[in-house]
Design a protein around this ligand. Structure first.
Ligand code: 13P
Length: 251
């Protein structure tokens, strides 16, 4: 049985003060939550403060990006070592907003995934098709390339630490959720690709989250699908009650 993982991607929201308030509100309900892995991914500037809030709880902290390099002249970048110093455990990599607005490509995303694993951080690799891809019948083709390229050179043994997030771009922040059947279909497809790449055991172990307008009222249906192992939550993660509601739906 794969343990469900619910992560809140706060994106470019929350000052330090607001982040502490949100983390404290989540902590009241989820400090001891052991049945689901709970991860909060604040902006870089609030990571330290959020880590302090959740330090003696089972709640994990994640970052929204990470450099592929160890150290040096990379203006504006943050390394794995710097994140680990702040008790970050997970890193979101290859989010569609980074692919779209900052031109991140599979080559660099793969370098980050490999680096994160080498540094004992757990990557959350985001994949997903644009609306035009889906309408043209190219969903599987697009997702397959992102999975194969993003996970190139990742050994089978690493898949227990790795999370894949399927986020159809047309469902992000739009209020349009993939139906549970649409999501399940792609999740099963992704698991099949992993099986082909590194074998059945790794495919059975890897957790695949759904992301895209997940809310407390649709979470249960999505999370009850056999290949949906959690959620990567944007908008609804900015409100403690909504986020807690989604985590509870995963219990
Ligand atoms: P929304 O939940 O706001 O659709 O965002 C999903 C997402 O992009 C999480 O990474």
């Amino acid at each position: 049985m794969r343990k469900k993982i619910i992560a809140g991607n706060w994106k470019m929201n929350k000052t330090v003060e607001e982040a502490v308030e949100l983390a404290n509100a989540i902590k009241i309900s989820l400090a001891d939550c052991s049945e689901v892995d709970v991860v909060l991914c604040p902006p870089f500037t609030a990571i330290k403060a959020v880590s302090d809030v959740v330090s003696e709880t089972l709640i994990n902290v994640g970052s929204q990006n990470m450099s592929s390099e160890d150290a040096g002249a990379y203006t504006g970048e943050i390394s794995a070592t710097m994140l680990k110093e702040l008790f970050v455990r997970y890193v979101i990599l290859g989010h569609s907003e980074r692919r779209q607005y900052y031109k991140e490509n599979d080559f660099w995303i793969n370098k980050k995934v490999v680096k994160a694993l080498a540094k004992n951080l757990r990557p959350i690799l985001c994949v997903g098709e644009m609306l035009a891809d889906r309408e043209a019948g190219n969903t599987e083709k697009v997702v397959e390339v992102q999975v194969r390229e993003g996970l190139k050179d990742v050994p089978a043994s690493a898949y227990t630490d790795l999370v894949i997030a399927y986020e159809p771009v047309w469902a992000i922040g739009t209020g349009k959720t993939a139906t549970s059947a649409q999501a399940q279909e792609v999740h099963a497809f992704i698991r099949g690709i992993v099986a082909d790449m590194v074998g059945k055991d790794a495919a059975n172990a890897v957790r695949i989250q759904y992301g895209g307008s997940m809310k407390p009222d649709n979470a249960k249906e999505l999370l009850s699908q056999p290949d949906i192992d959690g959620g990567l939550i944007g908008g609804a993660a900015l409100d403690a009650a909504s986020f807690i509601g989604i985590v509870k739906a995963g219990l």
